[in-house]
Design a protein around this ligand. Structure first.
Ligand code: PLP
Length: 426
């Protein structure tokens, strides 16, 4: 099982059989509240009838179309809808099947862009400590979560990491911390050491998600953009978690007012119903890669059998329509204040070491017990027994509810967590 303590699971399985809206249903019929919108996927909740209907209809019409050298209307329609949501000129879209594949694709597009312009020497990538960019070798290399990298070899050569942009004094900050913008100068440092013209791209999550929700300090992403611009380095935002309303706007790029050259996305692209990822890149990148190629020449030797799978496209088109019809990004934006207030209500408990929150995302650290990670695991188990699916990683837990959540459901999440923490919090 993925990222799972298999022995623990088999000893006491947490099985989910059915889902609807904000709830899962266990094998014994128990209703269980979902505090992580699937895995940051289900912005509109589970089994949305419009998305289910679109998938059913697509399966009856076109279950697959040859992906190489052939197309189908759904892929172009979804690409256009995605391009309507992405900022500025990020209007060229490449489909993948996951966030990990979107990241690999983005790194390859960055290299292809520089090569097309005769800058083959730009082969370095810069990532960030605690960054999560999926589990494939490129993403693992630019990622910065040690446990995920250990034991899996050296990874890509010529990858450098900036520090995680978080200061101890920023603990319990609501929204963007005031301090820490200077962490962006780590990129300038790497430029000074290795030469800006050897660096292809710098990749960051606008909000570091999997590491436990680290919100960028004020001015930090702007400074990264400036440094990239000064040295011709492409800026990639990995928005696999942030994308599609999680920050209160379509993308983190909008919320933080910084436009990267490439955005990676997945998860809520199809409201999690069918696996799919995508890369949106600035039209200038596409034009540079396509320049001078005749109509027999493949521009980018890259792609997947299931790139733009018709059923995933149908799910994506339906999901984006639901987000628009139900004004879910606006709802996320409006609800974020109440959500933040409720989450910060936990800070009276001694067991809570830090809370970070932005939009409909919050990361909460527990004081570790004798063995790091044990408390997180026990909290997850206790919450499940009390009727809540909670995403924990080590001694950190994350809240990322669907945007359809009602206030009383948010309150219920917090109250189950509080109850489950009581054995340590007394
Ligand atoms: C920022 C980020 N990038 C990439 C990925 C990988 O996505 P996937 O698990 O779909 O491969 C994730 C998954 O959580 C993610 O949060």
């Amino acid at each position: 099982m993925p990222f799972t303590a298999n022995a623990g699971f088999h000893a006491d399985p947490r099985m989910i059989e059915r889902a609807e809206g904000m709830y899962y249903y266990a094998a014994d019929g128990r209703q269980i509240l979902d505090s992580c919108a699937g895995l940051y996927t289900h912005a509109a909740g589970h089994c949305h009838p419009d998305i289910v209907a679109a998938v059913e209809e697509q399966l009856r019409t076109l279950d697959y179309a040859m992906a190489f050298q052939f197309g189908h209307p759904g892929a172009f329609e979804l690409a256009e809808k995605v391009a309507e949501l992405t900022p500025d000129n990020l209007n060229k879209v490449f489909f993948t099947n996951s966030g990990s594949e979107a990241v690999e694709t983005s790194l390859k597009i960055a290299l292809a862009y520089h090569a097309a312009r005769g800058e083959n020497q730009r082969t370095r990538f810069v990532g960030r400590e605690k960054g999560y960019h999926g589990v494939n070798f490129g993403g693992l290399s630019v990622g910065g979560i040690a446990r995920n990298k250990n034991g899996f070899g050296a990874g890509l050569p010529h990858v450098h990491h900036m520090r995680n942009a978080y200061l101890p004094e920023s603990r319990f900050s609501k929204g963007q911390p005031e301090a820490g913008m200077e962490f962006a100068d780590d990129l300038e440092q790497i430029v000074q050491t290795y030469g800006g013209d050897t660096i292809a791209a710098c990749i960051v999550e606008p909000i570091a998600g999997s590491a436990g929700i680290f919100v960028p300090p004020q001015g930090y992403l702007q400074r990264l953009r400036e440094i990239c611009d000064a040295h011709g380095i492409l800026l990639i935002f990995d928005e696999v978690i942030c994308g599609f309303g999680r920050t209160g706007k379509a993308f983190g790029a909008h919320s933080f007012g910084v436009t990267p050259d490439i955005i990676t996305m997945a998860k809520a692209l199809t409201n999690g119903t069918i696996p799919m990822g995508a890369v949106a890149c600035d039209i200038a990148l596409y034009d540079a890669i396509a320049a001078g190629k005749d109509d027999r020449t493949i521009e980018l030797f890259h792609g997947y059998t299931y790139s733009g799978h018709p059923v995933a496209c149908a799910a994506g088109i339906a999901a984006l329509k639901v987000y628009q019809d139900e004004k879910l990004f606006e709802r996320a934006n409006t609800m974020a204040g109440k959500f933040c207030e409720l989450v910060f209500g936990l800070n009276d408990l001694n067991i809570i070491r830090d809370i970070r929150s932005y939009g409909m995302l919050a990361g909460i650290d527990l004081e570790p017990g004798d063995k790091p990670g044990d408390r997180g695991y026990e909290l997850m188990q206790a919450c499940f027994d009390e009727g809540l699916v909670l995403r924990t990683s080590g001694d950190t837990f994350v809240l990322a509810p669907a945007f359809i959540a009602e206030e009383d459901q948010l309150e219920e999440m917090i109250s189950i967590i509080r109850k489950s923490l009581s054995k340590w919090a007394a």
